[in-house]
Ligand binder design. Sequence first.
Ligand SMILES: [Zn+2]
Ligand SMILES: [Zn+2]
Length: 137
Amino acid sequence: MALSFIIGLATFVIYLLIWYLCRRHNRRIAVMAAAQHQLANARGLGPAAIAAMPAFVCENSQEGGGGDCAVCLGQVQGGEIARRLPVCKHLFHVDCIDMWLHSHSTCPVCRADVNLAAVAKKAEGGGEVASQPLPPV
Ligand SMILES: [Zn+2]
Ligand SMILES: [Zn+2]
């Protein structure tokens, strides 16, 4: 009687242990899959490509100054360093857009490809750039 109770208890404990190990294993697989997915989607620009884009100190009087930065949703104010994307001319804080471009190669507003090398390659391939929708002003 006591023996069957111990066997039952042991079976239960072993079952719990297996369940716990499986759950931990599955969770680790899920985390790894998510990381791999993130890695596969990370196709941002290199530091050199980001630095090649024009950055300037925004002036209040300047045309285009005082626009909104779509990354932080704050206003680009006079005296702040801003960067204008060469393809679509959208304006962002330099810190905001640099952070964005580390993991993306498109404009956060209009999704225009800001990877100049890719754009040049497309242009060579036959006027695909011209068929892109015009960015909102
Ligand atoms: Zn910003
Ligand atoms: Zn844009």
